[in-house]
Ligand binder design. Sequence first.
Ligand SMILES: CC(C)(COP(=O)(O)OP(=O)(O)OC[C@H]1O[C@@H](n2cnc3c(N)ncnc32)[C@H](O)[C@@H]1OP(=O)(O)O)[C@@H](O)C(=O)NCCC(=O)NCCS
Length: 177
Amino acid sequence: MQFIDSIKNLFGPPARVAEPGVKVAPPGEYVIRPLTKRHLREVTLLNAECFPNGDSYTRHTLDFLLSQPTTLSYRIVTEDNDTVGFAFVMVNETGTAHLTTIGISPKHRRRGLAKRLLVHVENALRARSINTLVLEVRVKNTAAQELYRQKGFYVVQRLNKYYTDGEDCFLMMKAIY
Ligand SMILES: CC(C)(COP(=O)(O)OP(=O)(O)OC[C@H]1O[C@@H](n2cnc3c(N)ncnc32)[C@H](O)[C@@H]1OP(=O)(O)O)[C@@H](O)C(=O)NCCC(=O)NCCS
C-alpha cells in the first residue's frame, strides 16, 4: 500500500534487529493469537529481523496500524509465548482487505507458519463478509510469491518502481468465498 510505504519511515529510524535466542518449537506447538499494542516492542523487533533490507516498519507506524479499528493483526507464538510471526491486514472502505505486512522469524521458516497465518486471516475476513484480499510483493521476493501462489493469489498488475529503491512490485489478489 503506497500510503503505508510513504509513512513507514516518517517517525524515526528502523528498529534494531532482535537478538537471537528464541527457542524453535516443534511445528505442532505454535498457536495464533491476536496481536495488540501490548506486543508492540516484540513485533517491532521481529519486523526488523524479517525485513533487514529496509522494508521494515518503524515502531510508530506499527503503533499507528494497531490503533486503527480497520486493522486486523495476528501473531504466531511458540508454547513459551515467544512471538515468531505476524500478519497485519487493513480493511478498506470498499470492503476489500490489504495484507500490509507478514513475516516469520528466520529460525522458524519453512514450517508452514506463514501458510497458517494466511488461512487464519482469510477465515477472519470471510467471517466479516470481506471477499477480496490484495497485497504487493517485490518482484525479487520469489519466496513470498511462491507462498502467495500456493495460497491462491494471482498477479493482477506489475507496478513500476513501486518501492523507494526503484524495485517493481507485483500486485497480487485473491478472492475469498
Ligand atoms: C515469506 C515468508 C513470510 C514465508 O514464511 P514461512 O513460514 O517460511 O512460509 P511457509 O513455511 O508457510 O511456506 C509456504 C510456502 O512458501 C514457499 N516458500 C517459503 N519460503 C520459501 C523460500 N525461501 N524459497 C522458495 N519458496 C519458499 C514454499 O512454496 C512453501 O511451501 P513448502 O515449504 O511446502 O515448499 C518468510 O520467508 C518471511 O518472513 N520472509 C521475509 C518477510 C517477507 O518477505 N514477507 C513478505 C513480504 S510481501
